[in-house]
Write a protein that binds this ligand. Sequence first.
Ligand SMILES: [Zn+2]
Length: 101
Amino acid sequence: MDCSYPKPTEIHCPHCNQMVTINVGLIVDQADQPDSIQNIIEGSFKTHLCPNCTQNLSEVDQPVLIYRPKQQPPLLFAPALKNTLAEDQTHTLQPIFAQGV
Ligand SMILES: [Zn+2]
Protein backbone atom coordinates (compact mmCIF):
# COMPACT_ATOMS: atom_id res chain seq x y z
CA MET A 1 0.00 0.00 0.00
CA ASP A 2 1.38 3.37 -0.95
CA CYS A 3 0.95 5.80 1.94
CA SER A 4 2.74 8.70 0.28
CA TYR A 5 1.01 12.03 0.52
CA PRO A 6 2.16 14.62 -2.01
CA LYS A 7 0.81 18.13 -1.63
CA PRO A 8 0.56 20.47 -4.64
CA THR A 9 2.46 23.62 -3.64
CA GLU A 10 2.75 26.92 -5.51
CA ILE A 11 6.25 28.28 -5.77
CA HIS A 12 7.84 31.17 -7.67
CA CYS A 13 10.39 30.12 -10.27
CA PRO A 14 13.23 32.68 -10.41
CA HIS A 15 14.35 31.41 -13.83
CA CYS A 16 11.18 31.94 -15.87
CA ASN A 17 9.52 34.31 -13.37
CA GLN A 18 6.32 32.25 -13.17
CA MET A 19 4.26 30.83 -10.36
CA VAL A 20 4.37 27.06 -10.84
CA THR A 21 2.78 24.16 -8.93
CA ILE A 22 4.93 21.24 -7.83
CA ASN A 23 4.14 18.19 -5.71
CA VAL A 24 5.90 18.35 -2.37
CA GLY A 25 5.89 15.11 -0.39
CA LEU A 26 4.45 15.58 3.10
CA ILE A 27 4.35 11.87 3.85
CA VAL A 28 6.80 9.52 2.13
CA ASP A 29 6.31 5.77 2.10
CA GLN A 30 9.81 4.35 2.27
CA ALA A 31 8.68 1.05 0.76
CA ASP A 32 7.60 3.03 -2.29
CA GLN A 33 10.62 5.37 -2.36
CA PRO A 34 13.57 3.47 -0.82
CA ASP A 35 16.02 6.29 -1.54
CA SER A 36 13.90 8.89 0.24
CA ILE A 37 15.86 9.00 3.51
CA GLN A 38 19.18 9.32 1.70
CA ASN A 39 17.69 12.07 -0.48
CA ILE A 40 16.42 13.93 2.56
CA ILE A 41 19.83 13.69 4.27
CA GLU A 42 21.56 14.94 1.13
CA GLY A 43 18.98 17.65 0.56
CA SER A 44 17.98 16.56 -2.93
CA PHE A 45 14.52 15.55 -1.71
CA LYS A 46 13.52 19.18 -1.25
CA THR A 47 14.80 20.40 -4.60
CA HIS A 48 12.44 20.32 -7.56
CA LEU A 49 12.53 21.03 -11.25
CA CYS A 50 10.39 23.83 -12.63
CA PRO A 51 7.63 22.22 -14.76
CA ASN A 52 7.72 25.29 -17.00
CA CYS A 53 11.43 25.76 -17.82
CA THR A 54 12.96 22.57 -16.22
CA GLN A 55 15.51 24.61 -14.23
CA ASN A 56 16.27 23.76 -10.61
CA LEU A 57 14.01 25.54 -8.17
CA SER A 58 15.25 26.68 -4.80
CA GLU A 59 14.65 24.35 -1.88
CA VAL A 60 11.08 23.89 -0.77
CA ASP A 61 11.25 24.07 2.99
CA GLN A 62 8.50 21.71 4.13
CA PRO A 63 8.44 19.17 6.92
CA VAL A 64 8.22 15.55 5.85
CA LEU A 65 7.03 12.42 7.60
CA ILE A 66 8.64 9.13 6.56
CA TYR A 67 6.54 6.00 6.91
CA ARG A 68 8.40 2.69 7.28
CA PRO A 69 5.80 -0.04 7.86
CA LYS A 70 8.24 -2.93 8.45
CA GLN A 71 10.90 -1.11 10.48
CA GLN A 72 11.43 0.38 13.91
CA PRO A 73 10.64 3.14 14.48
CA PRO A 74 7.87 3.02 11.85
CA LEU A 75 7.66 6.81 11.61
CA LEU A 76 10.45 9.36 11.18
CA PHE A 77 9.90 13.11 11.10
CA ALA A 78 12.17 15.54 9.26
CA PRO A 79 11.17 19.07 10.28
CA ALA A 80 11.45 21.97 7.88
CA LEU A 81 14.71 23.88 8.29
CA LYS A 82 13.38 27.38 8.87
CA ASN A 83 9.82 26.76 10.06
CA THR A 84 8.76 26.96 13.67
CA LEU A 85 7.24 23.89 15.27
CA ALA A 86 3.79 25.50 15.11
CA GLU A 87 4.18 25.95 11.34
CA ASP A 88 5.31 22.33 11.03
CA GLN A 89 2.21 21.14 12.79
CA THR A 90 -0.03 23.38 10.75
CA HIS A 91 1.49 22.32 7.41
CA THR A 92 1.52 18.64 8.26
CA LEU A 93 -1.71 18.15 10.14
CA GLN A 94 -4.16 20.65 8.67
CA PRO A 95 -4.39 19.30 5.09
CA ILE A 96 -4.62 15.73 6.40
CA PHE A 97 -7.32 16.68 8.86
CA ALA A 98 -9.18 18.59 6.15
CA GLN A 99 -9.30 15.44 4.03
CA GLY A 100 -10.80 13.50 6.89
CA VAL A 101 -8.01 10.88 6.95
ZN1 LIG B 1 10.77 28.10 -14.41
